[in-house]
Design a protein around this ligand. Structure first.
Ligand code: TYD
Length: 208
């Protein structure tokens, strides 16, 4: 695999999707695969319809985790690895850290160590990102930003506060992989910071 994998992470409303759209415009002249999880494929659609539209209750949370993992497996083998093999830059709006952070919260009453367990579940077969950009925003502000659209499953301050805490912990544990960006700034400015980190990484990998 000669390509570069960059992932964008953050709580709902943190502005990473807006940043992804700006990045797409700026990187148009390169070989870039812009992608996202949950995917628009069959499993991703099922997740959106069955699980993100409403809370199906604790008994469905394990099922939900495995649907996200299955969606990731399909995404990885069908789209990401082939793109990395041809040397492309892959930018994914959400990836495994979203599972660690979100299902780390939803499974906390079901499993003793959900964060560790979800990581272990991916470790032997998934591909680690070279760079993860964490869009960091106060959960109250993030919920405020989501207000103009119908509220999804996780768009509540209490949940996003716990999710944000896990993202922070992940970034602290792996400072070399994570770049934390203050997402309170204006959209273009946030995207510019992400862009320079991506270009810097691409340049350093070419010169290796
Ligand atoms: P989406 O509408 O794509 O939200 P956003 O634009 O904020 O990325 O929905 C994705 C939702 O799914 C979001 O609330 C995070 C959640 N999610 C998980 O709970 N686990 C996962 O593994 C992934 C990829 C997403």
């Amino acid at each position: 695999m000669v390509g570069i994998l960059v992932t964008l992470e953050g709580i709902d409303g943190s502005g990473k999707t807006t940043a992804a759209r700006i990045l797409e415009g700026r990187l148009r002249d390169r070989d870039v695969l812009f992608t996202a999880e949950p995917t628009p494929g069959e499993i991703g659609r099922l997740i959106r319809k069955e699980h993100l539209a409403q809370d199906r209750g604790p008994s469905r949370r394990m099922e939900e985790l495995f649907l996200f993992v299955a969606d990731h497996a399909q995404h990885l083998y069908q789209r990401i690895i082939p793109a990395l093999d041809r040397g492309a830059l892959v930018i994914s709006d959400r990836y495994t850290d979203s599972r660690v952070a979100y299902q780390g919260v939803t499974l906390q009453d079901i499993l003793p160590e959900p964060i560790q367990w979800i990581r272990e579940l991916h470790r032997p077969w998934s591909v680690d990102p070279h760079l993860t950009i964490l869009f960091r925003l106060d959960p109250a502000l993030a919920v405020e930003r989501c207000r103009t659209r119908p509220r999804e499953r996780f768009e509540h301050e209490a949940i996003l506060t716990q999710v944000a805490r896990i993202f922070d912990r992940l970034a602290q544990e792996e400072p070399r992989r994570f770049l934390v960006i203050d997402a309170e700034a204006e959209g273009e400015e946030v995207a510019e910071r992400a862009l320079s980190a991506i270009l810097e990484l691409a340049a350093s990998r070419i010169s290796l």
